[in-house]
Design a protein around this ligand. Structure first.
Ligand SMILES: [Zn+2]
Length: 148
């Protein structure tokens, strides 16, 4: 890469990273911004329907959604319950029941979306891993386009 091109690339890098994350945050493919990542609340697509990017980068890749889900549930569900208990707004029994029920429910409901967020965060920090949009990607495995 030439010096001028390198400077241009470096100046655009923060915008590109933010773009990848924003697309994933909005449930869109981080590469093209067209295909959806999630099929529904509980499951995700394997490939982008538009650019055929394989979302799963390697075995166990989407385990990265677990710490994101954990962080979000702790921050936005369990911590408020504990703060309310600390200030005497609710009883200990209500705190225990509320935190446990909510933690289980929100973990189940939010895990697929957290996988989507993980995909965006991954490409935010590993921009060089993103396949070039202009480069042709082979038809995804499992596709029934050839009838086999
Ligand atoms: Zn795509």
């Amino acid at each position: 890469m030439q010096g001028g091109q390198r400077k241009l690339f470096d100046s655009c890098l923060p915008k590109v990273k933010l773009l990848y994350f924003r697309r994933a945050f909005l449930n869109r493919c981080p590469r093209c911004g067209e295909g959806k990542v999630l099929k529904d609340l509980f499951s995700r697509e394997e490939f982008c329907s538009h650019c055929h990017l394989e979302y799963n980068r390697e075995n166990g890749f989407f385990l990265g959604g677990v710490p994101i889900n954990y962080t979000l549930v702790c921050t936005f569900w369990i911590l408020p319950w504990l703060v309310a208990y600390f200030f005497g707004l609710i009883s200990v029994a209500l705190t225990v029941v509320g935190t446990i029920v909510g933690a289980v429910a929100f973990t189940y409901l939010g895990y697929a979306y957290c996988q989507c967020l993980w995909l965006g965060i991954y490409f935010c920090f590993a921009v060089s891993e993103m396949p070039d949009l202009n480069k042709d990607i082979s038809i995804p495995r499992g596709s029934s386009s050839n009838g086999k």
